[in-house]
Design a protein around this ligand. Structure first.
Ligand code: FAD
Length: 352
């Protein structure tokens, strides 16, 4: 029997587990292992300024083991529809996402019980409490808790339990890893409305070149391969894929898509829909919502679900404003105009 059971140990769950008051007995269930083995979150691993700010508010500094080579200061934006390219300055930190998650996990205090390498398979309400079922190896285990927290990402079992009929716009994200063959590593952002109404990216990390994108579910693999072929014609060569990974990624399109939970079940991070619909940046919202919920639970609010929803108001508004901004990136004629105007773009200088 626990006061709080958290499912998921990404940035959202790890932040909440780190900040919950010692008076609570807390259990965390996560399908990741404790090293390189087991589940790895497919992710670009770019720490945006909002996420850097979220970490710095806790006085946290990144250990260098989490960083990868190289650090890149510009994004090459490629519009395959218009055949246009522009460069824009960016302030990302290039990370090893798995190592970043494992580092966040090391910050969790010892009184929190972590069930690693365990898959949560079911939730049942039993009077005032909830039973949470999970697989630990071949063993089925059940623990009970008063408060449940879904920090389990885009395909959240908690969200599906609470809102079985709710559909949030989502894509299949596919990433492939290749040996780096580019003389100058680069980060790019690719728009190609023939294959997706979202976007794709390339990024270099420690001698690997990663190509990924978010695609409508129908025909996602075919769209991915088509896009590789189109990029090949632009001179971006891939070679043999060393690893392919995929997962669901949410892309909220309505204010109503952000669901924060009810009945003593809370959703934080991407499980609640907190991810930028324009850039798919989600680490900052995951950290921030983990923090908001810790404040609410530590304050022993009389109606914690309502208090948590209220705390997320500004974030919900901020993300929804990004939905309104999206046409400037995703509506081809508008994007073409923005790129052609050169506003905020970098004038690139070729070296001999
Ligand atoms: C391909 C891709 C690239 C991205 N690139 C970036 C980027 O560069 N920068 C950025 O800021 N954001 C990026 N995002 C978004 C970002 O990855 C997420 O928004 C962020 O990780 C959300 O954090 P979270 O803690 O809410 O969930 P997650 O990081 O998804 O963590 C969920 C955790 O729950 C666990 N889990 C899930 N289901 C179960 C279960 N049933 N039982 C037990 N454990 C479970 C998983 O092991 C995982 O550790 C990207 C997303 C994708 C898909």
């Amino acid at each position: 029997m626990y006061d709080v059971i958290i499912v998921g140990l990404g940035p959202a769950g790890a932040t909440l587990a780190r900040l919950l008051d010692k008076k609570y007995s807390v259990a965390v269930i996560d399908k990741k292992g404790s090293g390189e083995e087991g589940f790895r979150k497919p992710c670009g691993g770019l720490l945006a300024m909002d996420a850097q700010k979220a970490l710095s508010r806790f006085g946290l500094t990144l250990p260098k083991e989490v960083l990868v080579d190289p650090q890149i200061f510009a994004v090459r934006t490629i519009d395959l529809d218009a055949g246009a390219t522009q460069h824009y300055q960016r302030f990302y930190i290039n990370l090893d996402r798995q190592k970043f998650d494992l580092w966040l996990k090391t910050l969790i205090p010892n009184h929190v019980e972590i069930f690693g390498n365990c898959l949560c398979t079911g939730i049942r309400k039993q009077g005032e409490y909830y039973d949470v079922e999970f697989m630990q190896g071949d063993h089925r285990r059940v623990i009970s808790g008063k408060y449940l927290v879904g920090a389990d990402g885009a395909n959240s079992i908690m969200r599906r339990y609470l809102y079985p009929d709710k559909k949030i716009r989502s894509y299949v994200s596919i990433q492939q890893w290749f040996k780096e063959r580019n003389l100058t590593p680069f980060y790019s952002c690719i728009f190609d409305s023939k294959n997706t109404d979202c976007y794709s990216w390339t990024i270099s990390k420690d001698g690997y070149f990663i190509f990924g994108g978010a695609y409508p579910k129908h025909g996602c693999r075919e769209r991915f391969e088509n896009q590789k072929e189109r990029l090949g014609k632009l001179g971006i060569h891939f070679g043999e894929a060393l690893r392919t990974e995929s997962c669901l990624v949410l892309r909220p399109s309505r204010l109503d898509d952000f669901c924060t939970g009810e009945d003593n079940i809370f959703l934080i991070g991407e499980a609640a829909g907190f991810i930028s619909p324009s850039s798919l940046e989600g680490i900052s919202s995951a950290i921030n919502t983990g923090y908001y919920l810790s404040k609410v639970l530590n304050a022993k609010s009389s109606d914690p679900c309502k208090a948590y929803r209220r705390k997320t108001f500004r974030l919900r508004l901020k993300l929804y404003l990004k939905v309104l901004k999206s046409p400037f990136m995703y509506f081809p004629p508008l994007r073409r105009l923005v790129m052609a105007s050169g506003v905020n773009s970098l004038k690139m200088i070729r070296s001999n």
